[in-house]
Unconditional design. Structure first.
Length: 451
C-alpha cells in the first residue's frame, strides 16, 4: 500500500482527519431532543455542510426532513459523461448510556492503545471522515473521476425515517448509478468485508394497566393484579426455552450461506461472561444475520433505589424486533403487536404502538460495482480477499434507495467492526481501518469510473 500515491496521501492526511473527527465527536448529536439539545445536532449538521463546501461541493444544503431533523446534501461534479456515485453516512449518534462508565468522556475523542475512543467515532462520524479522505486523495492525484453526491443523515439511530420520507418526496435528489453506504463494518479488523444483507427493524411500545393506582403490597398483594408482573409474563413469551425468538406467526427458521462466525470468536467479540450460554440454535451467523431477534430495550417501572412495597398499577416496555431479509417489516410489526396483546395475562388492559420501522435489505453481490470494490480492497488490504457478510443491524434507508433507484448498485462498507463496540460504552474506531477503508473507497471510485 505504501507505493500507492492514494495511500500515501491518505496516510499524510490522517492527523488532520483525527483533528476533524475530534471536532465532530464533540457534538452531542443524539436526535432525541427530549434528552439532548437540538442545537447539538444542528451544530454537527453545519460542521458537515462546511466541510463539504470547503471541498468544492455545490448545492450544499441542510435538508429539513419530516421527522424534524436535518440531513446534509452536497454535489461534487466530475468529468462530463461520468457515472454518479452517492456516498452515505450519518452524523447522529446513540446516547452515551452511563457516561460515568466510559474510561474517557464519550464526546471527547481520546487516543488509547492505538484506537480513537468517542461516541460516534465509528458509527458513523468516522464514516463522514472516510468519505472526505477518499475524495481528498483523489483530488490530490488527478481529480475525482465520477460525479459525487454526499448525503449525511441526522436521525438514522432513531429510526424515525426522516431522510427516507424526504427522499420519497424528492426522488431526483439522490439518483445515482452506485450507492456506497459507509455505515457497516469489516467482519474483523484487517479483513475487508462488504455487507450484503441487513435485518430490518420494528419498534413497538407496549403498555399494561391493571389498577386505578398503585396499592400497598401487604394489604392487597396476592389478589390485586400486578401490571409489572403481567408485563414480565408477556415479554417472557417472546422467547423459547433456549432463548430463540418466538413471535406467533413469524417464521424463524432460516439459514445463512456464506462467511461463518465461529462461536468462540463471537463470545469474545460480544464479551459474553464465562459460563453464560449463547441463546438460540443453529450457527451464530444464522442467529444474527438470517433470523428474527427480539430484544426488550427498555422498561418503565420503579427503580430499585427508592422503591416502595407496592403493587404496580401500570408498566410499559419498548420492544425491538430485528426482521431478516425475506420478511416484510410491516407484517412482522402486526404479528408482534398481536402476540403481545394475545399473550397478556389476567385480562389486563394492553395497548401497543409502533414507534419505528425499517425494512430488511439484500444486495446483489454479482454486480460490476462489487468487482470494482473487490479489486480496490485487494490493494488496500494486501493478501486479503474481500468477504461477503450479513449484518444484524438495520439501515432503513437502504430499502428506500433500492425502491427509488432499482438500477443502482448498493454497497455497504464502514468502520463498525466488532472491536468498535458501537452503541456501547467505550465506542472506538481503528485509525488503521479508517486509513485502509479510505484508500479502498478512493480506489473503488477510480476503478468504477474506468469500468
Amino acid at each position: 500500500m505504501s507505493s500507492n500515491p492514494l495511500a500515501e496521501t491518505i496516510a499524510s492526511l490522517l492527523p488532520r482527519a483525527k483533528a476533524e473527527l475530534t471536532e465532530l465527536v464533540a457534538f452531542k448529536s443524539v436526535a432525541d431532543f427530549d434528552q439532548f439539545p437540538r442545537s447539538e445536532s444542528e451544530g454537527a449538521a453545519r460542521w458537515v455542510a462546511d466541510a463539504l463546501t470547503a471541498e468544492g461541493f455545490q448545492d450544499v444544503a441542510l435538508l429539513d426532513t419530516p421527522d424534524g431533523t436535518q440531513s446534509v446534501y452536497g454535489f461534487l461534479p466530475g468529468p462530463e459523461g461520468a457515472r454518479t456515485v452517492l456516498l452515505y453516512a450519518h452524523y447522529d449518534v446513540q446516547p452515551p448510556l452511563d457516561e460515568a462508565a466510559w474510561t474517557t468522556p464519550p464526546f471527547a475523542l481520546t487516543e488509547r492503545d492505538g484506537r480513537w475512543y468517542g461516541r460516534g467515532a465509528a458509527d458513523c462520524k468516522g464514516g463522514v471522515l472516510m468519505h472526505l479522505l477518499a475524495l481528498r486523495a483523489l483530488k490530490a492525484d488527478g481529480g475525482v473521476p465520477v460525479h459525487v453526491k454526499v448525503i449525511v443523515e441526522g436521525s438514522e439511530e432513531q429510526g424515525t425515517g426522516g431522510l427516507e420520507r424526504y427522499a420519497e418526496q424528492h426522488p431526483d435528489l439522490l439518483t445515482a448509478d452506485t450507492i456506497v453506504i459507509g455505515d457497516a463494518g469489516n467482519f474483523r479488523v484487517g479483513l475487508p468485508t462488504v455487507t450484503t444483507t441487513l435485518r430490518g427493524m420494528t419498534l413497538v411500545r407496549v403498555r399494561v394497566d391493571t389498577l386505578e393506582g398503585n396499592l400497598h403490597s401487604g394489604q392487597f398483594g396476592g389478589a390485586a393484579p400486578d401490571a409489572l408482573a403481567a408485563l414480565i409474563r408477556v415479554l417472557d413469551s417472546l422467547r423459547a426455552e433456549d432463548g430463540s425468538t418466538t413471535v406467533d406467526g413469524l417464521d424463524g427458521v432460516s439459514g445463512w450461506e456464506g462467511l461463518q462466525y465461529e462461536e468462540e470468536q463471537f463470545r469474545k467479540d460480544a464479551k459474553v461472561l464465562e459460563g453464560v450460554e449463547l441463546i438460540g440454535s443453529g450457527t451464530v451467523a444464522d442467529r444474527i444475520w438470517a433470523r428474527p431477534a427480539v430484544t426488550v430495550i427498555g422498561i418503565d417501572c420503579p427503580p430499585v433505589v427508592g422503591a416502595t412495597p407496592s403493587v404496580q398499577a401500570g408498566a410499559r416496555a419498548l420492544v425491538s424486533l430485528r426482521v431478516p431479509p425475506g420478511v416484510d417489516a410491516a407484517e412482522a410489526t402486526k404479528l408482534l403487536q398481536v402476540h403481545l396483546e394475545a399473550r397478556t395475562p389476567w385480562g389486563a388492559r394492553v395497548s401497543t404502538e409502533q414507534v419505528g420501522q425499517g425494512q430488511p435489505f439484500r444486495a446483489d453481490p454479482t454486480s460490476p460495482a462489487y468487482q470494482a470494490m473487490a479489486d480496490a480492497m485487494a490493494v488496500a488490504y494486501p493478501g486479503q480477499e474481500m468477504q461477503y457478510a450479513g449484518q444484524g443491524g438495520s439501515i432503513p434507508l437502504c430499502n428506500t434507495l433500492a425502491a427509488l433507484y432499482p438500477e443502482a448498485e448498493i454497497l455497504l462498507i464502514g468502520l463498525s467492526e466488532p472491536e468498535a463496540q458501537i452503541h456501547a460504552v467505550d465506542e472506538s474506531v481503528s485509525p488503521r481501518e479508517l486509513e485502509r477503508l479510505s484508500v479502498a473507497e478512493a480506489l473503488f471510485l477510480r476503478n468504477y469510473a474506468a469500468g
